[in-house]
Design a protein around this ligand. Structure first.
Ligand SMILES: Cc1cc2nc3c(=O)[nH]c(=O)nc-3n(C[C@H](O)[C@H](O)[C@H](O)COP(=O)(O)O)c2cc1C
Length: 222
């Protein structure tokens, strides 16, 4: 587990600033294709006059779920590992952000291990959601945009596993995947950066995302 980024970076969300889309770049590889996708999307948001914060998941300390189910019995439903790593403050962003952009590579037809570890750690939130916790049940419906990259060109179901997992991970936080982008044959770290159509598509998605935030003021106020 890496020592992790300073927590102040998450502060705008934990302090109730709900105005900026949160961007999660979820590859262990620094400077690769998921980072490029995140950068393109942010560029689009900025072009539209907005701002967004990028979280590089690899920089945060995230302990895998132990499956101990202590969260199910804990009075407030908290995971005891929350005191030992940085997964909790990252979940704060999912509680607060008006919109989400997630970029990730396909690893063995799925998501990379650290990202999956964070997803598994949302189990304590899922239990609370199931029990009707108003903090989760009263979250406003919000849009998520997903970008996946894969080295292979073939494979009918290349993105299916990852998309299904993301869909159900995000339900707990009342995000719906409204749009997904998927690029095949993207393998070397510069491949997406050198792909003009992908760049255009993701910048346009960022611009549109910021415009949507402003068209839906209820998202910002909640
Ligand atoms: C451990 C590992 C597993 C991978 N598994 C797949 C796979 O199942 N299918 C595929 O198309 N590409 C696979 N790839 C290739 C990556 O999806 C590809 O290199 C991607 O562009 C990496 O994105 P990144 O630069 O954001 O890390 C794998 C790469 C690694 C390192």
């Amino acid at each position: 587990m890496p020592p992790g980024r300073p927590m102040e970076e998450i502060a705008p969300y934990s302090q109730g600033d709900f105005s900026a889309p949160a961007i999660f770049s979820c590859s262990p590889r620094s400077g690769g294709n998921s980072d490029s996708a995140a950068e393109f999307f942010r560029e689009g948001v900025c072009q539209a006059g907005g701002r967004a914060q990028v979280f590089y998941l690899r920089d945060y300390a995230i302990h895998p779920c132990l499956g101990c189910m202590r969260c199910e019995l804990a009075p407030l439903g908290d995971c005891f590992l929350g005191a030992r790593d940085q997964s909790g403050p990252l979940f704060q962003t999912l509680l607060a952000a008006p919109m989400l952009f997630i970029a990730a590579p396909i690893y063995f037809y799925h998501l990379p291990a650290q990202f999956k570890a964070w997803i598994d750690r949302s189990q304590s939130y899922y239990h609370r959601w199931e029990k009707g916790d108003p903090r989760l049940r009263k979250l406003p419906p919000r849009p998520a945009i997903v970008n996946l990259v894969a080295g292979r060109r073939r494979g009918e179901k290349l993105f299916e596993g990852a998309l299904l997992t993301l869909k159900f991970f995000l339900v707990t936080f009342n995000f719906t995947i409204e749009e997904h982008h998927a690029f095949r044959g993207i393998d070397a770290s510069e491949d997406l950066r050198m792909h003009p159509e992908a760049r255009e598509e993701l910048i346009a998605a960022g611009r549109e995302a910021w415009a949507t935030c402003h068209r839906a003021p209820s998202i910002l106020k909640t």
